[in-house]
Design a protein around this ligand. Structure first.
Ligand code: FES
Ligand SMILES: [Fe+2]
Length: 353
C-alpha cells in the first residue's frame, strides 16, 4: 500500500499530458504527485493508467511489453490486464487475487489527458475543467510544456496574481504597469476563482506584427483558476476607452482581437512540477501562423516565469521559518490557497484496490 503525500490535493483531475504523447503500442512512464504511473493504450485506443510497479518485485511496468489489452512485466514475465489484475505468473499455476496493480481513472478531452489521483469512486467527469484542445473550432491553439524545479504551489501562485506581468514579462509580452495599477475583480466559484481585469491604454498583448497598427488598446483579461491548478483565460483587445465605456465590467463593443489560453500545473514530486500550456487566437482573428507566433512568445514568457519561480524556490528552501508578507494583489492567491488546504486529504483517505 502506498501512502498519499500530505502536500497534494488528490480528489480532482490533474493533467497527465497531451493525448499525442501517449502513442499506441508502448508504455509511457510518468511521475505524478510523487507516484510512478504507467500509461498505455488498449487495442481500441483507450488509455489506461496504472501504478508503474509490478506486484512481484516492484520493477517498473513501463519497461514491460504491451500484449493486446494487457501489459507484461519484462523482469519475470507476470502479465496484467488493463484493470490491473494479474492473469499469468510464468512457472506458477495459482494466481493470488492480491496480485493486482492499482489503476487510475483517466480521461481524454480535447488534446488534454486527465488523471484522477484520489479515490477512484469519486472520479466525476463533470468535474473536468473545460480546457480547449487543438481541434477546437473556436480557437487556433498551439501547445507547449515546461518542467520546473519548483513546487506546484509556487506556479499556481504566479498564475493567480498576474500583476507580475508588469515586471516579469516586459521583454516577452511588452506588459506595462497597467497590469498592477487597477486591481482585478475576484469572484469565488465552484472549485476555483474567477479573475476579471481591464488593462487600459497599453500596447497590444500579444505583441504581434499584425497588431502593430494599434498603438494603444484596452485589454479585457478574464480567467478561471480551478483546483488543482488549471488556468483558463479569455483575452480580448478593444479600442481605447472601451474599459471606461463598459464601466469596467465585461466588454461591450468592437473586438480588435481575441485569444484563449489553457494552462495546467501538475506536481511531479513535492518539489518539481510539469506545466502544460496552449495559446492561440480566436478563429476569426488568426490562423496557424499567428498561433505559432503566439506560442513562441508564450514560451519566451514562461521561461521568464520559470527563472524567477525556480530562483524563489531555492530561496524558500534555504529559509525555513521565514514568512511571506501578502500585499493587495494577493487576494486571489489567498482565496485559492485556502480552498486547496481544505481539499487536502489525510494520508489514510486514499482508496486502494
Ligand atoms: S518484478 Fe515483475 S515479474 Fe518480477
Ligand atoms: Fe507569468
Amino acid at each position: 500500500m502506498t501512502h498519499a503525500h500530505p502536500n497534494f490535493v488528490r480528489n480532482c483531475w490533474y493533467v497527465a499530458g497531451w493525448d499525442y504523447e501517449f502513442t499506441a503500442g508502448t508504455p509511457h512512464a510518468r511521475t505524478l504527485l510523487g507516484e510512478p504511473v504507467v500509461f498505455f493504450r488498449k487495442s481500441d485506443g483507450t488509455l489506461v493508467a496504472m501504478a508503474d510497479r509490478c506486484v512481484h518485485r516492484l520493477a517498473p511496468l513501463s519497461l514491460g511489453r504491451i500484449e493486446g489489452d494487457d501489459i507484461r512485466c519484462m523482469y519475470h514475465g507476470m502479465r496484467f490486464t488493463a484493470d490491473g489484475q494479474c492473469i499469468e505468473i510464468p512457472g506458477q499455476n495459482v494466481i493470488p487475487p492480491t496480485a493486482c496493480v492499482r489503476t487510475y481513472p483517466v480521461t481524454e478531452q480535447g488534446s488534454w489527458t486527465w488523471i484522477w489521483m484520489g479515490d477512484p469512486l469519486l472520479a466525476d467527469p463533470a468535474l473536468l475543467p473545460h480546457a480547449r484542445g487543438v481541434d477546437d473550432p473556436e480557437w487556433v491553439l498551439k501547445t507547449g510544456q515546461l518542467d520546473y524545479a519548483a513546487p506546484h504551489e509556487l506556479i499556481n501562485d504566479n498564475l493567480l496574481d498576474l500583476s507580475h506581468l508588469a515586471y516579469v514579462h516586459v521583454a516577452s509580452f511588452g506588459a506595462t504597469t497597467g497590469w498592477i495599477s487597477r486591481q482585478p475583480r475576484t469572484t469565488q466559484i465552484a472549485r476555483g476563482v474567477r479573475v476579471d481585469r481591464w488593462v487600459e491604454g497599453a500596447p497590444p498583448l500579444p505583441p504581434l506584427p499584425s497588431l502593430a497598427v494599434h498603438e494603444s488598446v484596452d485589454m479585457w483579461a478574464s480567467y478561471e483558476f480551478l483546483i488543482p491548478g488549471v488556468f483558463l483565460m479569455y483575452t480580448s483587445l478593444h479600442p481605447p476607452g472601451t474599459a471606461a465605456a463598459s464601466k469596467y465590467d465585461a466588454p461591450a463593443g468592437d473586438v480588435l482581437f481575441s485569444n484563449f489560453t489553457c494552462q495546467a500545473v501538475t506536481p511531479i514530486t513535492a518539489d518539481s512540477s510539469r506545466y502544460f500550456f496552449s495559446w492561440g487566437p480566436g478563429a476569426a482573428f488568426g490562423d496557424e501562423v499567428i498561433a505559432q507566433q503566439m506560442i513562441d512568445v508564450a514560451m519566451a514568457a514562461f521561461l521568464e516565469d520559470k527563472q524567477i519561480i525556480e530562483a524563489q524556490a531555492r530561496i524558500i528552501a534555504m529559509s525555513p521559518g521565514e514568512k511571506i508578507m501578502p500585499n493587495a494583489a494577493d487576494k486571489t492567491v489567498t482565496i485559492f490557497q485556502r480552498m486547496m488546504e481544505r481539499m487536502k486529504q489525510p494520508a489514510s483517505a486514499c482508496a486502494q484496490p
